[in-house]
Design a protein around this ligand. Sequence first.
Ligand code: DGL
Length: 264
Amino acid sequence: MNKPIGIFDSGVGGLTVVKAILKLLPNESFLYCADTKNIPYGEHSAEEIESFALRIISFLVNKGIKLLAIACNYSSAVVLDKAIRIYPSLPIVGVLQAGARLASSQSVEKIGILATRGTVKTKMFPREIKKINPQKRVFQASCPPLVSLIESFAPEEEIRYVVRDCLKRLKIKGIEALVLGCTHYPLVRKIIEEELGGAIILDPSEELAREVKEILEKENLISHNSPQHRFFVSGNDESLRKLVPSFLGIDIIEIEHQDFQGGY
Ligand code: DGL
């Protein structure tokens, strides 16, 4: 099946999800939307995120996609259920829900969530984890400056300083596993791992990729052609232009500028 997978995030974070999916399904093509005009999403209200996300989803649906992967935790928390109601025939998956599944299946009691301020406020991680496994104890912490530091390729020492400070509250609780609750964070996984010490790091994108593979196999929608990706950006395209070739190992032919208006 030749249709692409639709995927979106506020910026480059969703590339960590693309990479995880391509590892399992190397022939899939992506339509990638980065809403850099509104980054960081984590500092917006849930109402604003719903409106941004529904517009992007409508844009992607109109382009023709076979599956939608919401590669932003905050958007997954806010719009996944609504998007499924609006587009009942399209397979739609969210990275937050995948992360909650992954966390609840670990044989540990205390789970930490590091996420953006918006995601933490929704309390969706603790809710989804406890829905599957009520025994788990879940502790959340936000790290407001981190997304912008990652997008601007800030020096490692600056990122390390912020990460150390954000992890303090979780380390005090004695967490045994940490969910990277923002898709930008796997890009600085090594720093987080070093600052955290012993706890297991859980990357929801790996679980999401498994879910995508399972759905496409079941629906007989796996692509066998060589992939062709397209990138759409609402604002600054610098971070994407810089990261796609080095992180995904593919050349960007062109970045298309879009305001994702006129959809939903
Ligand atoms: N990468 C997104 C997430 O997973 C959003 C980051 C942001 O723009 O705040 O939540």
